[in-house]
Write a protein of this length. Structure first.
Length: 150
């Protein structure tokens, strides 16, 4: 009986270890999520590019005042790299010590979900591990003040 109990315990522990996250994965997911926002704080298109999967899509819901309809805004990797280069080029888009709070919602062996809380908005990110590297594949964002979505 002890042998069977030991075997079951061993199986549970090793199965969990194989399927669970590692400390390195957690750090890498945080690093990638921070690279996304920090590349905008201090314009750095290379840093943004390194954080993104080439097929990333960033989306949000906006309202057209003229059409009085909601629509989905989409950015590609190319748009986000240009954003990193230009958005804060004059250094006036963020406070001196910008907010960059990360909440890891889930980290699994190949996928992670992160909420990034910045000064004026928040981003939900899906991050994938592909070829041994963590890359942002999806971003869904919203201004804190939803009236800005017009």
């Amino acid at each position: 009986m002890k042998l069977i109990s030991f075997f079951i315990l061993f199986l549970v522990i090793t199965t969990f270890k194989v399927q669970g996250q590692t400390a390195k994965d957690t750090l890498d997911v945080k690093r990638v999520a921070l690279a996304y926002i920090e590349s905008q704080h201090n314009p750095n298109p290379k840093q943004m590019q390194d954080a993104l999967h080439p097929r990333v899509v960033k989306r949000s819901v906006f309202k057209s005042k003229k059409a009085k309809k909601d629509f989905i805004s989409e950015f590609s990797a190319e748009n986000l790299i240009i954003l990193a280069e230009t958005y804060n080029a004059s250094g006036d888009k963020f406070p001196k010590n910008p907010k960059k709070e990360l909440k890891l919602l889930d980290v699994s062996p190949l996928t992670a979900s992160v909420k990034l809380i910045a000064d004026e908005w928040f981003d939900y990110m899906h991050i994938v591990k592909i070829n041994g590297e963590w890359k942002i594949i999806n971003v869904l964002w919203q201004y804190n003040n939803v009236s800005e979505h017009q």
